[in-house]
Ligand binder design. Structure first.
Ligand SMILES: Cc1ncc(C[n+]2csc(CCOP(=O)(O)OP(=O)(O)O)c2C)c(N)n1
Length: 387
């Protein structure tokens, strides 16, 4: 994709594939027979949709970062470098609006909103606080149940019991639906996360919990809040099945979540997906300099080489799949040694142009909402529940 020196992390600006990283990226996709089969039976259209989703996520964030620099908003919470943790698993769900699966995205997972079908303009309005934003201008923790997106709650960890509750309702009503949420390495330390995971396990609800370890919680590096080596032992402690997914490999995340979703729908209880990734920016746009000081430069370089967008793009181009084939063509039938690189590249460039146009239209729409009157003061009391 085109890079944006004013907004991208420096490691992404002149991004080139690293042969060792790409070899590992390909090897990850070969290591598990079930995941190989899932990818092999996916369609060319699905592969391109995953690419489209990654680009939407990255370009949505870049738009927000530009807005901060332009003084349109004061700060933004971004998912730069972590997009694969969101886009892969969301594409594994049944995205059927109010009738389908539900997700509860945390702040790094805003990409789940657009991939579930929420308009990008509504997401941007959430930041502008206009009266036609999904929360009526009150809070940027947006969701919309018409698209299966539960609005997040800003208290870390509280999403876990909420999503366990959704999944319990689906199980009790014998609906084949499921629920998914993400838990940051920091949020795993909350009491609510513990209660929610334990409840979900004991009740065997159809839920996926993605432990998204981006190595830092606000300004606290993992080593300062986590004594165990990693998260591999956590699900077992609750009696929850676990799968490891590569947090920077969108296809691995997609295939792992498809497997987990199958288990959930068979009534086998919740699943934890464990994803290692890295926050390439600040907690939000205000502390990027401080965030750079938390880790040595080599750590940023290490993860910079693993840019989920760049790696997937190269994988697609080198995969010997004919991307020009009809979208419904199965990956297994799209293999071809004779596809011209320029034609392959043109397919990806067209996707990028389309996403850029989508984002530009959404931005114009959202900014136009600022001409509307501010939300009436009394609206602050509507849709508020106190117990
Ligand atoms: C219960 C609670 N404590 C503290 C905060 C302030 N806070 C917001 S985000 C955050 C860090 C969360 O870290 P992590 O779960 O690793 O997610 P990340 O931001 O890295 O994606 C903190 C401490 C909060 N929102 N809720």
């Amino acid at each position: 994709m085109q890079r944006y020196p004013a907004y991208d992390p420096p490691e992404y600006v002149d991004w080139r594939p690293d042969p060792e990283v790409m070899a590992a990226y390909r090897a990850i996709l070969e290591r598990d027979a079930q995941r190989r089969a899932i990818i092999g039976s996916s369609s060319v259209g699905t592969l391109l949709d995953l690419y489209r989703g990654l680009l939407r996520n990255r370009l949505h964030d870049i738009t927000l970062k530009r807005w901060v620099k332009q003084g349109i908003i004061s700060k933004a919470w971004l998912g730069t470098g972590e997009e694969a943790c969101t886009i892969g698993p969301v594409h594994a769900l049944q995205r059927r609006g109010a009738e389908g699966d539900v997700v509860l995205p945390m702040i790094r997972n805003a990409g789940a909103c657009h991939e579930m079908g929420m308009p990008l303009a509504d997401m941007l309005r959430g930041y502008l606080g206009t009266d036609d934003a999904p929360t009526g201008g009150r809070d940027l923790h947006i969701g919309d149940l018409r698209y299966g997106v539960v609005a997040p709650i800003s208290m870390m960890g509280s999403n876990v019991p909420v999503i366990a509750g959704y999944a319990l309702a689906f199980r009790m009503r014998a609906e084949k639906r499921m629920a998914l949420t993400w838990v940051g390495d920091g949020a795993t330390k909350t009491a609510e996360c513990h209660e929610g995971l334990n409840f979900a396990a004991a009740q065997r609800v159809p839920a996926i919990f993605i432990i998204q370890n981006n190595q830092v919680a606000l300004g606290t590096p993992l080593a300062d809040h986590h004594a165990a080596k990693d998260f591999l032992g956590w699900p077992e402690m609750y009696g929850i099945r676990a799968l490891v997914m590569d947090g920077n490999n969108v296809l691995d995340g997609y295939a792992a979540a498809r497997t987990a979703a199958e288990w959930c729908r068979r009534g086998e209880g919740p699943v934890c997906l464990i994803a290692e990734t890295f926050r390439m920016g600040g907690h939000a746009t205000h502390d990027e300099r401080e965030a750079r000081e938390l880790f040595p430069a080599e750590t940023f370089q290490h993860w910079g080489k693993r840019d989920p967008v760049g790696c997937y793009e190269v994988w697609l181009l080198e995969s010997e799949l004919d991307l020009t084939m009809a979208p419904e063509t199965r990956v297994g039938k799209a293999r071809s040694k004779r596809v011209e690189a320029t034609r392959q590249r043109a397919v990806l460039e067209r996707v990028e142009e389309e996403v850029l146009a989508e984002i530009a239209a959404a931005e114009a729409d959202a900014l136009a909402s600022r001409e509307r009157p501010a939300p009436p003061a009394e609206s602050i009391l509507s849709d508020v529940v106190a117990t």
